[in-house]
Design a binder for this molecule. Structure first.
Ligand SMILES: NC(=O)c1ccc[n+]([C@@H]2O[C@H](COP(=O)([O-])OP(=O)(O)OC[C@H]3O[C@@H](n4cnc5c(N)ncnc54)[C@H](OP(=O)(O)O)[C@@H]3O)[C@@H](O)[C@H]2O)c1
Length: 279
């Protein structure tokens, strides 16, 4: 039995599908089990990762757990419940930005990894770069005005396809030999914001504008969707990535044996989000 937290999310949802397709029995943690549709082989269980006691029953009978962090979760308490229930291995969704930086996002991921190491259970850390899916936040202004608003046009990322992140997490969950490994995952190429907007325009068959708001305006937009401290941390990450060339990381090839999926491929798969319904 494998417990997947974040099971209704962009990564966890795909992890559940990969695991059930491989024949594994899956318990999918969510705060709203009545609302979710899962593939055969997966059962939804209720739990709130911010309330460790509420997750304790979900660990019973579980061999391996996929932990998808939630800001402010009591990670050490959750791990103590997992250990007490007999969970024998943890796969943690972490972040590739962790080794480099002193910012809030890095600190949170570092604290998660430290807690997992301290738990005494064998672990695998999956450290992706920025998800390509983050660019879905551009969808509404692309649909409405053919415009992306981003204050960091020259920030270089090597964004990763969430399918690949899920494939690595699922492989790690299924294979005990992945214990003790840290997998750093990126997409196949460094891309600036300008590059991604151009690729997206090519895929959509219409040129897109990139409008650069002031950092303050951009922060206000981000803060509408994220807590202010997270919005600030995201801005710090993008500012630090400006004028650099993002490194390409080997984890996807290492684990899946195939190269990471590219941005154009991702954009084609998600093009419906960016097209006007009447177009
Ligand atoms: N975005 C990036 O570029 C990036 C890069 C590296 C790492 N990450 C990490 O990836 C993770 C986000 O993954 P994602 O994009 O797949 O998530 P997502 O699509 O935003 O979905 C969030 C998931 O977390 C669950 N969740 C949220 N709060 C919860 C709570 N209190 N208790 C239980 N479940 C809760 C939600 O489940 P319900 O709503 O069904 O309860 C949902 O399944 C974060 O930990 C982030 O640090 C992100």
């Amino acid at each position: 039995m494998i417990l997947v937290t974040g099971a209704t999310g962009r990564i966890g949802g795909r992890v559940v599908r990969e695991l059930t397709a491989a024949g594994a029995a899956v318990r999918a943690l969510t705060r709203r089990p009545g609302d979710v549709r899962l593939p055969g082989g997966a059962v939804a269980v209720r739990g709130d990762l911010r309330v460790a006691e509420s997750v304790a029953p979900a660990f019973e009978g579980v061999e391996v757990a996929h932990l998808c962090p939630v800001p402010g979760w009591p990670v050490a308490d959750l791990l103590a419940y997992a250990r007490k229930a007999g969970v024998r291995r943890i796969v943690l969704l972490s972040s590739a930005s962790l080794p480099g930086g002193p910012g809030l996002i890095e600190r949170q991921h570092r604290a998660n990894e430290d807690a997992v190491r301290a738990s005494g259970m064998p672990w695998t850390f999956v450290r992706p770069t920025a998800f390509m899916a983050n660019d879905l936040s551009w969808a509404s202004t692309i649909r409405a005005e053919g415009t992306v608003y981003d204050a960091f046009p020259d920030a270089s990322l090597a964004p990763v396809d969430e399918h690949d992140v899920a494939a690595v997490a699922a492989a790690a969950l299924l294979d005990d030999d992945r214990a003790g490994h840290t997998y750093e995952l990126s997409g196949p190429e460094p891309l600036t914001t300008v590059d991604r907007v151009a690729i997206l325009g090519e895929v959509l068959g219409r040129p897109l504008r990139l409008t650069v708001p002031s950092p303050q305006e951009f922060r206000t937009t981000l803060a509408a969707a994220h807590p202010p401290a997270v919005a600030d941390a995201m801005i710090d990450v993008l500012a630090a990535a400006t004028g650099t060339t993002a490194p390409i990381l080997p984890g996807i090839q290492q684990v899946t044996g195939r190269p990471p999926g590219g941005y154009a491929e991702w954009a084609a798969r998600h093009s419906g989000h960016f097209r006007r319904k009447d177009a």
